[in-house]
Design a protein around this ligand. Sequence first.
Ligand SMILES: [Zn+2]
Length: 227
Amino acid sequence: MVKKLSDEFRRLQDFATNQINLLLNFREVISRYPEAEAKNPTSPMELLYLLDEYNREKAFGGYFYLEKPFKSFYGVTKPPEVAELYEIDSITDLFRFEFVKMIEREVRIKKCKNCGRFFVPNHRQDAEYGDRFIGDTGKRCSEVGVMLRYERKVASDPVWEVYKRNCRRQNSRTRAKKMTQTEFLQWSEQAAGKRDECLSGTLPFDDYVAWLEQGRIRKPRNKPNAK
Ligand SMILES: [Zn+2]
């Protein structure tokens, strides 16, 4: 009995995961054509129809699915009292109900880029990481995500790369007392400002590099009292 139940749950979990992944894939494909989508947005009903069609063709996991496509939630009933009809007599039906409602209300479920689990963004629609704790580290995916994003940015962009390298250099100069803390803070502020100019294209990359190089050489001459 217990074995049978856990098999059922595993099947439901596979089914739920599969359907959510499918939905995310459809949304991903749709997002590649923003102009078409702006002109003629895909409605929740169309999404459900697409999912049903796909499931009918691929027949995921088996029979129960074919018996109850998502659109059966919108069966013909006696108007005008009842617009929708739900028949829920299993946990799978309950999932289907929640799933359909989620699509209908356009709740955007997402996949966390750190742990790969599903989450619904609370604050920003463009959130890439969920708020779950990572094991017993006491850190959340979203917190680690900020760091990962920074690392990725540094790795992929020469502007960030040269900025970070010089930050490290100036910081060690400060620790070696070749530069005061105040000077370092001033330098940091300018370096970050020019970095953003460089990123937005108003400052050429070579000029930025030249400025960073010069900053290192000229600094000692800027403080004649320090001898
Ligand atoms: Zn996560």
